[in-house]
Design a protein around this ligand. Structure first.
Ligand SMILES: Nc1ncnc2c1ncn2[C@@H]1O[C@H](COP(=O)(O)OP(=O)(O)OP(=O)(O)O)[C@@H](O)[C@H]1O
Ligand SMILES: O=C(O)C[C@@H](O)[C@H](O)C(=O)CO
Length: 325
């Protein structure tokens, strides 16, 4: 089955959350301590997803806060050149800095990220910087879980979700758990549940749903049983290389296989997956096809150096699906 959106809207997706900087190790198969050079990219999960969707041809916008410095200028320019509307990206005037993510590629299977997230501008987005006039122009409001980690960004997101609901904008919640800034697992579970229960579509890894449920080794059937008591109509649960599952409230279930790829690093998989999955849904494709789009896009990005610049074109995704069918 395909998913219905409010089609009389200017933007396909407006995302809210962080636009930051990734510094990706140039030297492969080395620990961070021995990594001497890095390449700079725009990063931050919701920014990456928006860049990916825009590259696939969706009309996108972004709500967020960037620092008033060269890094902020770089992010805004890159996103604008990627075709994203940046009119609702606010420039911080209180001296907050950009979020930095250093990546470590010890081996294709053993990658990690090191994030500097203290006093970052994105977490200082204020509720009064979130505009109803903007949100109501979207088919989809894409919410990143990390933006709930701290006030005032937390309240800005809660306001945005309320405005989306009021204006019949589909709310997509990407759990996007990062263990930085959150004070406790309890706190994460409270805010994740609050937003997940009000969202139409929820996307996350099995581990991220465990964070939401504040348990270990949770299972998909219990997760969907609980969430379907609330607003969600579609729940996507990702299991890394073991693929992903989509569940509809009607009871339908679908499995998406991961495509084998020449893996350079594993990060970026989730963001590329979300951008292509949403592209497919917004273009009226059925859920099985959307899962293939997500998996194909992820397989391409894990074979490349960045998480944003490496987002694939529609042709690349369709070719990979055709070859592996
Ligand atoms: N090594 C891999 N090779 C090919 N495809 C992969 C690989 N890892 C993940 N994928 C694809 O990407 C999807 C999302 O991966 P995963 O569950 O690791 O997301 P994530 O943890 O959100 O990613 P990220 O590391 O970017 O935060 C999977 O469902 C799968 O289709
Ligand atoms: O999400 C982040 O803030 C960092 C990303 O940009 C990074 O590339 C990554 O981890 C993607 O999964």
């Amino acid at each position: 089955m395909s998913y219905a959106f409010n089609n009389d809207r200017e933007y396909d997706i407006i995302a809210i959350g962080r636009a930051c900087i990734d510094l990706n190790a140039n030297e492969y198969n080395r620990p961070m301590e021995e990594t001497m050079t890095f390449t700079k990219y725009v990063g931050g999960s919701p920014a990456n997803i928006t860049i990916g969707s825009s590259k696939l041809g969706l009309k996108t916008g972004f709500i967020g806060k960037i620092p008033d410095d060269q890094h902020g200028n770089f992010i805004k320019k890159y996103m604008s050149e990627a075709g994203i509307d940046t009119s609702n990206i606010v420039v911080d005037k209180e001296g907050h800095k950009v979020g930095l993510t250093f990546t470590e590629i010890k081996s294709p299977e053993e990658c990690s990220i090191l994030m500097y997230r203290e006093e970052v501008a994105d977490l200082y987005l204020h509720p009064d910087e979130v505009s109803e006039a903007y949100i109501k122009q979207a088919k989809v409001l894409l919410v990143s879980g990390t933006a709930l980690a701290k006030s005032p960004s937390r309240e800005a997101v809660i306001k945005a979700v309320g405005l989306a609901r009021k204006n019949d904008v589909t709310v997509v919640f990407e759990l996007d758990y990062r263990p930085y800034t959150w004070k406790s697992k309890e706190e994460t579970a409270i805010y994740y549940s609050l937003i997940a229960e009000q969202s139409d579509i929820v996307i996350g890894t099995r581990d991220e749903y465990d964070m939401m449920e504040n348990l270990e080794n949770g299972n998909n059937q219990e997760t969907i049983q609980n969430l379907f008591k609330h607003r969600p109509e579609l729940i996507v649960i990702k299991h890394g290389v073991d693929g992903s599952y989509a569940y509809e409230k009607s009871g339908a279930e679908y499995r998406g296989q991961a495509y084998k790829s020449k893996v350079l690093k594993t990060f970026g998989a989730g963001d590329s997956y979300a951008s292509a999955f949403l592209y497919a849904l917004l273009n009226g494709k059925d859920i099985e096809t959307a899962l293939k789009f997500g998996s194909a896009s992820a397989a391409i990005v894990v074979s490349k150096h960045s998480s944003s610049d490496a987002m694939p074109s529609l042709d690349e995704i369709e070719q990979l699906i055709a070859v592996r069918a």
